[in-house]
Write a protein that binds this ligand. Structure first.
Ligand code: NDP
Ligand code: 2IT
Length: 444
């Protein structure tokens, strides 16, 4: 395998798809050695086949605002790879959504889903719709118009979407209602559903909980834990919320959350009611975290990221490329021992290099945030069985899955000196399962 040559060809074919090319390069660099040791992969053209999605579906989404004005957004579903199970992955509604971002997310999802130990392929979708400032009725009309096209492409054994940035319980409700009406069936085709209509307990918390469980496993390898640790979190959405709950439960202190407007620093710790307040902030659709600083009388740092705050553990939970080289250097300088990614690809490649060079514990998103999709898989299982598990049962399964993912990363990522490169470990473990499945199933 010649990584540079493959990347050059992909750059020519997909110019400007920065996030997609970034995600592919990272995986190729990690798997190069294993790939070369397995000539059957080369013969079967696994690499050429896995870097391109099976298909990309795009459609227009016309919808009407509260004043009767018509708007048109773009809708997408990228069905990447279904060698080990139905396409599975979230929907993102954010003005920045484009094909490069959805391809990067869909590509990552293949390996993440493979790591969960559950039978799920990789996919992603979404729209450039901006939920900011929209009324409830507008969000509903948009979701219904989006599903009017999407429902033809998905199914409980074909492709199972879920939430991501801008798509939470409310949006899943409107999307599911429309799907059910059109398809005339009540199968669990979306995950992240409400508890009364097929959802799984613990799914809303799962990504954040899973991220903290993964970090806990990493810390254990150094004889450490969350107890008494200062934790910096970015974002204030679904993932950040779940992470804050679990960190607090394990005896850590969360001192920051952030939004596109800046970050708040709460030295007393963001716990209890303050964590619940994050949900209000999110639901307000205003895109800002600043009101937290008036509500609780703490510092707000406009247009800054939380990585300048002294912390022991950092959990980036907002969005891709939100933590750069200088942020990473600052974290290391301030004594941070562990970074666990709740978001997808929040650290730039240069930042990851800083973490690995300084040999701190670094959990990449596809391993550390796999608890969300893993619990989606558990929701699918409950839907198939027409049963629902207790929160304790779901949480125990989630915890077990995160430990398994950690072990898989250690198995493939530990070097001679005993340092675990979790990036390499996650990529190799995730890749091998899918690549072997593709070889077994022939050229399809
Ligand atoms: P939410 O929409 O609930 O929250 C996203 C958070 O990121 C918000 O605080 C949001 O602020 C902020 N944000 C979004 N875009 C930007 C931007 N361009 N710059 C700065 N901040 C931004 O989404 P989630 O919590 O669900 O998702 C957060 C991350 O976790 C994403 O990377 C997602 O892919 C990943 N993830 C989510 C999973 C899930 O199950 N939901 C599972 C695994 C990973 P605002 O909305 O105000 O812009
Ligand atoms: O990035 C992700 O893993 C998600 N947004 C969750 C996907 C899912 O299908 O639950």
């Amino acid at each position: 395998m010649n990584v540079e040559k493959i990347m050059q060809d992909l750059q020519k074919k997909h110019p400007g798809e920065v996030e997609y090319l970034q995600a592919v390069r990272e995986v190729l660099e990690s798997i190069e050695e294993v790939y070369n040791e397995n000539p059957q992969f080369e013969t079967a053209g696994i690499l050429e086949r896995i870097v391109e999605p099976d298909r990309i579906l795009t459609f227009k989404v016309p919808w009407e605002d509260d004043n009767g004005k018509v708007h048109v957004n773009l809708g997408y579903r990228v069905q990447y790879n279904n060698a080990i199970g139905p396409y599975k992955g979230g929907l993102r509604f954010h003005p920045s959504v484009n094909l490069s971002i959805l391809k990067f997310l869909g590509f990552e999802q293949i390996f993440k889903n493979s790591l969960t130990t559950l039978p799920m392929g990789g996919g992603k979708g979404g729209s450039d719709f901006d939920p900011k400032g929209k009324s409830n009725s507008e969000v509903m009309r948009f979701c219904q118009a989006f599903m009017l096209e999407l429902w033809k492409l998905i199914g409980p054994e074909t492709d199972v979407p879920a939430g991501d940035i801008g798509v939470g319980g409310r949006e899943i409700g409107y999307l599911y209602g429309m799907y059910r009406k059109l398809a005339r069936e009540n199968t669990g085709v979306l995950t992240g559903k409400g508890i009364n209509w097929g959802g799984s307990l613990i799914r809303p918390e799962a990504t954040g909980f899973g991220n903290v469980y993964f970090a806990e496993e990493m810390l254990k390898t150094k004889g450490e834990s969350f107890k008494g640790k200062t934790v910096a979190i970015s974002g204030f959405g679904n993932v950040a919320w779940g992470a804050a709950i679990k960190v607090t439960e394990l005896g850590g202190k969360v001192v920051t959350i952030s939004g596109p407007d800046g970050y708040v620093y709460d030295p007393e710790g963001i716990s209890g009611k303050k964590i619940e307040y994050m949900l209000e902030l999110r639901a307000s659709n205003q895109d800002i975290v600043k009101p937290y600083s008036y509500e609780f009388g703490v510092e707000f740092h406009a247009n800054k990221r939380p990585w300048e705050v002294k912390c022991d553990i950092a959990l980036p939970c907002a969005t891709q490329n939100e933590l750069g080289k200088e942020d990473a250097e600052m974290l290391v300088k301030n004594g941070c021992i562990c970074v666990s990614e709740g978001a997808n690809m929040p650290s730039t490649p240069e930042a990851v290099e800083v973490f690995l060079k300084n040999k701190i514990l670094f959990g990449p998103g596809k391993a550390a945030n796999a608890g969300g999709v893993a619990t989606s898989g558990l929701e699918m299982t409950q839907n198939s069985m027409k049963l629902s598990w207790t929160p304790e049962e779901v949480d125990a399964k989630l915890h077990h899955i995160m430990k398994s993912i950690h072990s898989a990363c250690v198995k493939y990522g530990k070097n001679e000196e005993g340092y675990v490169d979790y990036v390499k470990g996650a990529n190799i473990a995730g890749f091998l399962k899918v690549a072997n499945a593709m070889v077994d199933q022939g050229l399809v």
